[in-house]
Design a protein around this ligand. Structure first.
Ligand code: AMP
Ligand code: ZN
Length: 456
């Protein structure tokens, strides 16, 4: 059975069959984090969505035939500001933030991409691109800056499909006196004292640093070539970031396209509200992982189709946790079996994860009736999307970090309660049971003695 993968392409605004340029090397680029602070739960969405696509592509084309590049933006004004604020070096800040990001997304069950290039290690490629653009008349030097001249590209704006007025408003463009046109954007800019700086291209004497958009054109070129299959990121990146990446890469290489499929995940809101620092509802992955297993976060994310807006709720996570409890229980000790055809079909239809999860619920129902092949199929199929990958014992012994439980104390209290019960001092034994309950410990008495577990 050959499965036909269809993907929605933001550029052509249609769902199309996916045809890789080279099936022996399917190439995908996704814009990664700007590493100045802990990633929030919104940032986790593209990471998880494109991990599912990466896994699906590996399933279809073979693990060795997919190259997934997710960059690290480690040069940015927000990074400079944060490093200055904390009085640490930029490198120390970006290293630590990146290590935190890796730990977070690993806990969310995401595979490492094939390549994770750092912007600061691709300055030469950026300069080469910039010089190519100046040479062919698509960019110009002005007061220590290099600017891309938007008017030099006929079909600029196709990805976001906006009028020039809308673009002007959306980009919050800086109207600088050295710009030929307000829409022209920065490829290279001068660095002030204390800011990261490299020798400038195009004969500019003062040192400078790259603009954000050129980073991705340079890193995708280096690792995937001039034209590749899939480019992804959050919907907020369509304009101006991806529009500008397309302009840079197509104009530098005289290429008709940069990538054949442009994929964008919808935005995530928290309990129905836009996530923002001022509302105080911005949740970092790091904080969330203290209270919930990463797998719960992953499953919660997949309950909504990637192109839809996603409303993040505690209820959604409780629901996901219940499902995982049940799935782990049914698949404990079971060997992975066949992949579920309904799940594969759903994923092949532009990553329809809610439908794929419905297929897992069907299998769950079968497995709960005692069907062994259904349990084996549930396990294999869930693993295909990065779930049920841990041993069942690890799942059931997971404890929230915020739940700092003193186990010696628990054992001691249980012994004292057992002694009180033997002495028929039920008032004391009940008091101890209540004390343990307050600590979140539930007791189970049986003829063999008392066992305890954490209340969920
Ligand atoms: P940033 O570090 O802000 O450049 O964002 C990294 C990635 O997270 C980009 O692909 C963004 O589009 C994505 N992103 C940021 N905020 C959200 C959100 N609230 N919902 C979904 N994706 C987001
Ligand atoms: Zn990018």
């Amino acid at each position: 059975m050959s499965m036909e993968l269809k993907l929605y392409d933001t550029l052509t605004r249609e769902k199309r069959p996916f045809r890789p340029i080279d099936p022996a090397n399917v190439r995908m680029y996704v814009c990664g984090p700007t590493v100045y602070d802990y990633a929030h739960i919104g940032n986790a969405r593209p990471v998880i969505v494109f991990d599912v696509l990466f896994r699906l592509l590996r399933h279809i084309y073979g693990d060795a035939h997919v190259t997934y590049v997710r960059n690290i933006t480690d040069v940015d004004d927000k990074i400079n500001a944060r490093a200055a604020e904390r009085n640490v070096s930029i490198r120390a800040l970006t290293e630590q933030t990146y290590a935190n990001f890796k730990a977070d997304v690993t806990a969310l069950g995401c595979l490492p991409p094939t390549v994770e290039p750092r912007a600061t290690e691709h300055i030469e490629e950026m300069k080469t691109l910039i010089e190519m653009l100046v040479k062919n008349g698509c960019a110009y030097v002005a007061e220590g800056h290099v600017l891309f001249h938007v008017a030099a590209m006929k079909d600029y704006g196709k990805l976001s499909n906006r009028s020039l007025d809308e673009m002007l408003a959306g980009a919050r463009v800086e109207v600088a006196p050295y710009k030929k046109d307000a829409m022209d954007f920065v490829l290279w800019k001068p660095s002030k004292e204390g800011e990261p700086a490299w020798p400038s291209p195009c004969g500019i004497a003062a040192p400078g640093r790259p603009g954000w958009h050129i980073e991705c054109s340079a890193m995708s070129w280096k690792h995937l070539g001039k034209t590749f299959d899939i480019h992804g990121g959050g919907i907020d990146l369509v304009f101006p970031h991806h529009e500008n990446e397309i302009a840079q890469s197509r104009c530098a290489f005289h290429a008709p396209v940069m990538a054949n499929y442009w994929m964008h995940n919808g935005f995530l809101q928290v309990e129905g509200e836009k996530m923002s620092k001022s509302l105080g509802n911005s949740v970092t992955i790091h904080e969330l992982l203290k209270d919930w297993p990463g797998e719960v976060v992953r499953l919660t994310m997949l309950q909504t189709h990637y192109r839809q807006p996603l409303n993040w709720t505690a209820n959604g996570m409780r629901e996901a946790q219940k499902n995982l409890d049940h799935w782990y229980e049914l698949t404990a000790g079971v060997e992975s079996g066949m992949f579920c055809a309904d799940l594969l079909d759903a994923l092949a239809d532009d990553l329809n994860t809610p439908k794929a999860l419905a297929a897992l619920h069907e299998l769950r129902n079968e497995a709960a009736k005692g069907a062994k092949p259904a349990a084996a199929c549930l396990k294999a199929s869930a693993q295909l999307i990065g779930l049920l990958e841990r041993p069942a014992a690890e799942w059931s012994s997971w404890r929230p970090v915020s739940f700092a439980l003193d186990e010696d104390k628990v054992v001691d209290l249980i012994e004292r309660r057992t002694a009180a019960r033997k002495a028929k001092d039920f008032k004391e034994s009940d008091r101890i049971r209540d004390e343990l309950a307050k600590m979140g410990v539930v007791l189970k008495d049986s003829k063999d003695g008392t066992t305890w577990e954490i209340a969920r």
